[in-house]
Design a protein around this ligand. Structure first.
Ligand SMILES: Cc1cc2nc3c(=O)[nH]c(=O)nc-3n(C[C@H](O)[C@H](O)[C@H](O)COP(=O)(O)OP(=O)(O)OC[C@H]3O[C@@H](n4cnc5c(N)ncnc54)[C@H](O)[C@@H]3O)c2cc1C
Length: 431
C-alpha cells in the first residue's frame, strides 16, 4: 500500500469557492425514503476537486459522505456535513484485454462500462437488475446480479485509489490483501474511492429465456436450474397484482398467483450481430450488457437478506408461508437470486454461496410489521443483509455474522481514525 507524495497535508486546502457547490440543499434518494440537508453539496468535476473538498472538510471539521446514484434504501449516504456528489467524476480510464482488467473513476455508472469494454473484447462478468448505480456505490454495498458461478461486483475489485480520512490518496493493490478485502465492501467508511480496477471476462452474448412456472415446477427443477444456467433468478408472485408492482410483463389473462416470473440468461454464440440479435419479448439475444438491465421505474422500498444456499429452498418456503398466512396484504413478489461466495471482510457473501431473498413495501404504507417479521424469520437462517437495502442489523449482529468484523474495523480506523467518513448509521455499525 502506498500514499501519493503530492501534498498529502490537509493544511494546504483552500475554500470551496472554486468548486461547484450549494449550501443546505435537500437530497433525497431514488426510493424517496431517505433524505438529508448537508451544509455543503459539492459537485466536483475532477479528482483534484474531490481531494480539495475533503481537505477543506477535514480542516473545517465537517464529516463527509460520497453520493453515487442514490439508489440505496438505507441511510448510507446521509450527512449534515459535506456531501460529495461523484456523478461527474466519471470515466472508464483504461482497459487491459491481456490481464482482463478495467479501470474507472469512482462515479462511473455501471451502464458506462458496456461499450468501451466491448470495444476491448471484454465484459463485466455479471450485472444486477439496473445499471444506473455508480461503480463505487455498487462496490461499497456489495451489489450483485444473479448466478451461482459469479460473485458480486466487490468480488472483482483488484486495485483502488482511496482518499482517506487523513486527506491522503492511498493505493491499495493485490499485495495489500487485508486492505483490499476491506475495500471490497466498505460502506464508504474507508474514504472516497477515486479510481478502481475490476477483473472482467472476455465479451459474450446472452440469450434470454423468460418463463412463468408454478412454484411446484420451480421446486422440481431447483438444483438443475441453479447449477446449469449462467444466470438464474425468479420473482414469486403471491397476489394477482404482484407482477405489475415491478412492471413485470406477465401473460395476459392468466393468474400469476403462486407462479414466478423466471429469468434464465445463458451464453450464446453470435457471429453476425446484424442478423442474430433479437429483441423478441422474453427471448432477447444481445450483447450481455444490453440484456441485464431491467425496468424498475416505479419506486418501492426493498429489504434484502442473504441465506446460505444450502438452506435456500427451506427459507423460500418459510417466506412464502409468512407472506400467505401472516401478511396476505403484502403484494410485492419475493425475488430470489444466487451469488457465489467471496472474501470481502464485510461482504455478505463472504465464505458462503448465497441465496438472495428480497421483498418490498409500498412507499407510504406501514410495511414495518411485515419487514420485522421477515427479519425475525430469516434470522433463524443466520441471514446477512444488503448494506444498501432495508435491514435491521445492529453492530452486535454484524459482529456475529461476519467472522472478520474486527479486522474490518481495524482497517477502517487506520484509514479514518477521526471518523471523517462516518455518519450516524455507519458509526453505529462499524466505528
Ligand atoms: C431500482 C433499484 C434496483 C437495484 N438493483 C440491485 C441489484 O440488482 N442488485 C443489488 O445488489 N443491488 C441493487 N440495488 C441496490 C443498489 O445497487 C445499491 O444500493 C448501490 O449501493 C447503489 O449504488 P449508488 O451508486 O446509487 O450508491 P449510493 O446509494 O449513492 O451510495 C451507496 C454507498 O456508497 C458510498 N459511495 C458512493 N460513491 C462512493 C465513492 N466514490 N467512494 C466511496 N464511497 C462511495 C455512499 O457513501 C454509500 O455509503 C438496486 C437499487 C434500486 C433502487
Amino acid at each position: 500500500m502506498s500514499s501519493e507524495p503530492s501534498n498529502p497535508s490537509p493544511k494546504g486546502s483552500s475554500s470551496l469557492s472554486a468548486i461547484d457547490h450549494t449550501l443546505h440543499q435537500q437530497w433525497t434518494n431514488w426510493g424517496g425514503n431517505q433524505s438529508a440537508t448537508p451544509a455543503y453539496t459539492v459537485r466536483p468535476r475532477t479528482e483534484q476537486e474531490v481531494i480539495d473538498t475533503v481537505r477543506f472538510a477535514i480542516r473545517e471539521g465537517y464529516p463527509v459522505r460520497a453520493l453515487g446514484a442514490g439508489h440505496s434504501f438505507t441511510p448510507v449516504v446521509q450527512t449534515g456535513g459535506v456531501l460529495i456528489d461523484m456523478a461527474h467524476v466519471s470515466a472508464v480510464t483504461g482497459t487491459d484485454p491481456a490481464k482482463r482488467r478495467v479501470r474507472a473513476l469512482g462515479g462511473t455508472a455501471i451502464r458506462e462500462f458496456g461499450p468501451p469494454l466491448w470495444e476491448a473484447g471484454l465484459s463485466l462478468a455479471n450485472q444486477g437488475d439496473v445499471d444506473h448505480q455508480s461503480i463505487a456505490g455498487a462496490l461499497s454495498t456489495g451489489t450483485h446480479g444473479s448466478g451461482i458461478h459469479f460473485g458480486s461486483f466487490s468480488s472483482t475489485l483488484r486495485w483502488a485509489r482511496i482518499l482517506n480520512g487523513h486527506g491522503e490518496v492511498v493505493e491499495v493493490t493485490e499485495k495489500d490483501v487485508r486492505e483490499l478485502r476491506a475495500a471490497q465492501v466498505a460502506l464508504g467508511t474507508l474514504g472516497i474511492l477515486l479510481e478502481v480496477e475490476l477483473e472482467v471476462v472476455p465479451r459474450y452474448y446472452l440469450q434470454e429465456k423468460i418463463t412463468y412456472p408454478t412454484f411446484e415446477e420451480t421446486r422440481a427443477n431447483w438444483a438443475t436450474d441453479i447449477a446449469e444456467n449462467r444466470h438464474y433468478s425468479f420473482l414469486w408472485c403471491p397476489h394477482p397484482d404482484s407482477g405489475a408492482l415491478y412492471e413485470l410483463p406477465t401473460p395476459p389473462g392468466e393468474s400469476m398467483v403462486n407462479r414466478s416470473y423466471t429469468k434464465r440468461y445463458n451464453e450464446v454464440d453470435v457471429t453476425d450481430e446484424g442478423a442474430e440479435v433479437s429483441t423478441a419479448k422474453g427471448a432477447r439475444r444481445d450483447r450481455a450488457y444490453r440484456i441485464y438491465p431491467g425496468g424498475f421505474g416505479i419506486p418501492f422500498h426493498e429489504l434484502e437478506y442473504y441465506v446460505d444456499s444450502r438452506h435456500a429452498l427451506e427459507a423460500v418456503e418459510a417466506m412464502q408461508d409468512l407472506m400467505r398466512t401472516r401478511h396476505p396484504e403484502q403484494e410485492y413478489p419475493l425475488e430470489v437470486r444466487w451469488v457465489k461466495r467471496d472474501e470481502g471482510l464485510l461482504s455478505p457473501f463472504q465464505d458462503r454461496d448465497t441465496t438472495v431473498l428480497s421483498v418490498s413495501g409500498a412507499p407510504g404504507a406501514n410495511y414495518w410489521p411485515y419487514l420485522l417479521d421477515v427479519d425475525n424469520l430469516l434470522r433463524e437462517y443466520k441471514a446477512r443483509a444488503h448494506w444498501g437495502k432495508i435491514h435491521f442489523l445492529t453492530r452486535d449482529r454484524v459482529a456475529e455474522l461476519y467472522p472478520d468484523f474486527d479486522q474490518f474495523v481495524a482497517v477502517r480506523r487506520e484509514f479514518d481514525p477521526n471518523g471523517v467518513f462516518l455518519n450516524d448509521h455507519t458509526r453505529a455499525l462499524v466505528a
